[in-house]
Design a binder for this molecule. Structure first.
Ligand code: BES
Ligand code: MN
Ligand code: ZN
Length: 515
């Protein structure tokens, strides 16, 4: 069995080119917008319609194609055109089209191409649409990224199934006049896609292969070459630092916990860093407070917060962001066993506070509290964002459309929210309350790790973490339990690991630290 992610670390599946003329390809893709009665074909579509003796217009009538957002018209074996297929992608009402509308078409298009076993595609018309929020070079570059992200698959464990399972599409040509400008933008955006791929590989990886030690080794292998200083703390180091809560979660497993720090200095010397802290529970059985069997396999992605932190560090370093950023991930496997912590145990933490563990399944907050203390003491960050698949309750509150956002600073929270909206990773700010803070006072220690009832479960988790935030540190907690793994295809994200947080935090760094 392969020991780690096997993807060549900087290779995306599609070889992309930006061209000013359409090269030959298996499939030609063109655009149409929505008209009153019939679709409005863009210029490149009209050229193909003429060449094929009006086949596109006939097909659009026959197929009820109006050029609506998300509609796709496919013509197989068109006469007098060398390509095997022509696909017309509908973009909705002209002048209302955003580059996000365009991006939304990438995943269905990739799937349509795959279904037809196309190896190459040539996409024309970026100059023919007026996007509300982008010029043609930006639109084409972002479309290129969306095609890459839509082509993600985790297939390293298939040995049979032949070609069906292997992606057929290897080449995409994006055609526009200012190909050089698009290429330049893409060269930067592609680095973010590398980060997303790393995160998706980590989050998809199976739990007998990804565990704290192997996770730490992948971080070293992936990030050190980019000039990121990676340090790995083991059980001995953590014992010295009194990380009793993190150690308690890890002690039931044969695979010892780790804490990994990643330091990237691309900004001004002496400027305080921003810190991203991730929950990395490589498998969450619940421990002695064991989870029910159905669906437990999902808990392999209980390290998605840590995965996102690693991915965004990769993106930032690869695109040489002008910012000082620290990543910290707490890695542990939450298992029951003879050495596991019990409900009722009281442990010390690096902060000096004691914690009564009443439910061993509320383990994310336990590993994060020591990671948060360490982050603040070691790096004195101005801002801290933690990402964690912390509570099932956030799924009840926000479903799979928003991650929960808690913060001690509204301006900071707003900036995160804005960054999320800009990249299609939405956050919804949720409240903190003194009464909830009180509800985690323990009768026999400083804090207990659950309140004892089901009320405001996500906020209780946030309040636990807040007890470990120093005065003056701006802090935000993203509960990504509903977003880390998607049950349905969404924007440039096929079913599965989403890498939620990577693009959001990259955008936050651009907006707030690089301006
Ligand atoms: N990793 C889980 C939260 C989770 C649940 C993530 C479902 C993704 C999908 C977390 O460690 C957990 O078990 N939380 C408990 C907390 C409770 C014991 C206070 C929960 O949500 O039930
Ligand atoms: Mn748990
Ligand atoms: Zn968990």
């Amino acid at each position: 069995m392969k020991k780690s992610t096997s993807r060549a670390s900087n290779k995306l599946p599609l070889s992309l080119s930006f061209d000013s003329r359409a090269p030959k390809a298996d499939v030609l893709v063109v655009f149409a917008t929505e008209g009153d009665k019939a679709p409005k074909f863009c210029a490149s579509a009209r050229v193909l319609d003429d060449a094929s003796g009006g086949a596109l217009v006939r097909a659009s009538t026959a197929d009820n194609f109006h050029g609506k957002k998300g509609q796709m018209l496919t013509l197989a074996g068109p006469a007098k055109i060398s390509a095997k297929h022509v696909i017309v992608v509908g973009l909705g009402k002209a002048k209302e089209t955003t580059h996000r509308d365009l991006e939304r078409t990438a995943l269905p298009l990739v799937q349509a191409l795959h279904a037809r076993k196309a190896a190459s595609v040539s996409i024309s018309g970026f100059d023919e649409i007026e996007f509300k929020d982008a010029d043609s070079a930006q639109a084409a570059a972002h479309y290129g990224v969306a095609l890459q992200l839509s082509s993600y698959r985790f297939d390293k464990y298939f040995t049979r199934g032949g070609r069906e399972k292997k992606p057929s599409l290897t080449k995409a040509h994006l055609v526009l006049k200012n190909a050089a400008a698009a290429k330049k933008i893409y060269a930067v955006e592609e680095k973010v896609a590398h980060g997303v791929y790393l995160t998706r590989d980590l989050v998809s990886e199976v739990p007998n292969v990804l565990y704290p030690e192997s996770f730490a080794a992948i971080i070293k292998r992936e990030l050190s070459p980019l000039g990121i200083e990676v340090r790995v703390l083991d059980v001995k180091d953590m014992t010295k630092l009194n990380m009793g809560a993190l150690l308690a979660v890890g002690q039931g497993s044969a695979r010892p916990p780790r804490l990994v720090t990643m330091r990237y200095n691309g900004g001004k010397k002496g400027q305080k860093p921003v810190a991203f802290v991730g929950k990395g529970v490589t498998f969450d059985t619940g421990g002695i407070s064991i989870k029910p069997a159905p669906g437990m396999e999902d808990m392999k992605w209980d390290m998605a917060g840590a995965g996102a932190v690693v991915g965004v560090m990769k993106a930032l370093a690869a695109r040489k962001a002008k910012a000082n950023v620290v990543g910290v991930v707490a890695l542990a496997e939450n298992m029951p066993g003879g050495k596991a912590c019990r409900p009722g145990d009281v442990v010390g933490t690096m902060s000096g506070q004691t914690v009564e563990i009443l439910n061993t399944d509320a383990e994310g907050r336990l590993i994060l509290c020591d990671a948060l203390t360490y982050t603040q003491e070691k790096f004195a960050p101005s801002h801290v964002v933690d990402l964690a698949t912390l509570t099932g309750a956030v799924l009840i509150a926000l479903g799979q459309e928003f991650a929960g956002l808690f913060s001690n600073d509204d301006a900071f929270a707003n900036n995160l929210r804005k960054a999320g909206s800009a990249v299609g990773e939405e956050l919804w700010q949720m409240p903190l309350h003194d009464a909830w803070d009180k509800s985690i006072d323990s009768p026999c220690a400083d804090i207990k790790n659950i309140s004892g009832n089901r009320d405001a479960g996500s906020a209780i988790g946030a309040h636990f973490l807040k007890r470990f935030i120093k005065d003056g540190t701006k802090w935000a907690h993203l509960d990504i339990a509903g977003m880390a793994w998607t049950g349905k295809d969404r924007l440039a994200t096929p079913k599965g690991a989403s890498a939620f947080g990577v693009r959001l935090l990259d955008q936050f760094v651009r907006d707030q630290l690089e301006k």
